[in-house]
Design a protein around this ligand. Structure first.
Ligand code: FAD
Length: 269
């Protein structure tokens, strides 16, 4: 079984600089970390790999690959994924990818998934990225690959060569799902806590070769990548001012509603 984990490099602190012209995050490799949800996604994949290795009857070993679209410095984070137990890493890195919205990111990741040596049987994404926070990539990637998708997975109950049983969050609470492979999961952080690398793993990470593909090498459509290939663009980003003064609205519900309407009109809302 081939498991592909989508790993995003996100700023390691809340102090992020935004490019005033493109309204995108200025990504410098130095302070980047693995998106915490993706660390859990990687551990979930590694646990499936361990379970397959322990199961005598399983003839089909599990290979775990990690895939990221990001700046060249992201290779450092992917090598760390290999140190923790991933088998291979692919980085999609090209200025053409910069400023992508989720649809353009999905196109790049779809090309990356199809550039792997073997088609993934299972793709695991984090539920969301802590910087862009849209939670759109997993379902969009499932649509692009034509795979079914379960989001917000809290626990993987069982897995065999043809299907998975999972517990996942829903609007009503938590429900059990069975999903046939190939499939896409997006996982919550409680699904697993990423393990520390072993000594041998650290050595493997240091010796790891992270495969890097440019947009043309990945077969990406130039019209569907990066800022120019994004149908949506962040037009303004700002840190909301914390208003200090507070206005108490009193009276009956109808009087309070009338005061609110007046306030909103004055605020030009
Ligand atoms: P999410 O959908 O939240 O990520 C879910 C999972 O997808 C991740 O856990 C990871 O497993 C995978 N994934 C996401 N990005 C990558 C990657 N680059 N490489 C590998 N795996 C990845 N774009 C929009 O289209 N619409 C918006 O409304 C929007 N709002 C934004 C607001 C802000 C403040 C910022 C900084 C960016 C915004 N973007 C938006 C751009 C968006 O962050 C990028 O498109 C990003 O590459 C993917 O979206 P996301 O971070 O929200 O991912």
């Amino acid at each position: 079984m081939n498991i592909l984990v989508c790993v995003k490099a996100v700023p390691g602190s809340t102090e992020v600089k935004m490019d005033p012209k493109t309204n995108t995050i200025v990504r410098d490799g130095g302070s980047a970390v693995i998106n915490p949800f993706d660390a859990s996604a990687l551990e979930a994949a590694l646990q499936l790999k361990d379970a397959a290795a322990a199961a005598v009857e399983s003839a089909d070993p599990v290979r775990v690959s990690v895939l990221s679209m990001g700046i060249p410095a992201t290779a450092r984070l992917l090598a760390d994924c290999i140190a923790r137990g991933a088998d291979e890493a692919l980085l999609l890195s090209d200025r053409a990818f910069a400023g992508a919205d989720t649809l353009a990111t999905t196109h790049a990741l779809e090309c990356g998934a199809r550039a792997m040596d073997a088609a993934p049987d299972l793709v695991i994404c984090g539920k969301m990225a802590v910087d862009g926070d849209t939670a759109q990539i997993g379902p969009e990637l499932a649509g692009a690959l034509g795979y079914p998708c379960v989001t917000d997975v809290r626990e993987v109950l069982s897995c065999n060569d043809t299907s998975l049983r999972v517990l996942a969050g829903t609007d009503e609470g938590v429900a059990e799902f069975e999903i046939t492979l190939p499939a896409v999961l997006t996982v919550a952080r409680e699904v697993a806590q990423l393990r520390m690398p072993s000594i041998a793993g650290v050595r493997a990470g240091e010796a790891a070769t992270v495969r890097v593909l440019t947009a043309p090498e990945a077969g990406a459509d130039p019209a569907r990548v990066g800022l120019s290939g994004s149908p949506t663009q962040v037009v303004r980003s700002f840190v909301p001012e914390n208003a200090t003064e507070a206005t108490a609205i009193k009276g009956t519900a109808a009087e309070q509603a009338a005061q609110l309407v007046t306030m909103f009109e004055e605020m030009g809302v």
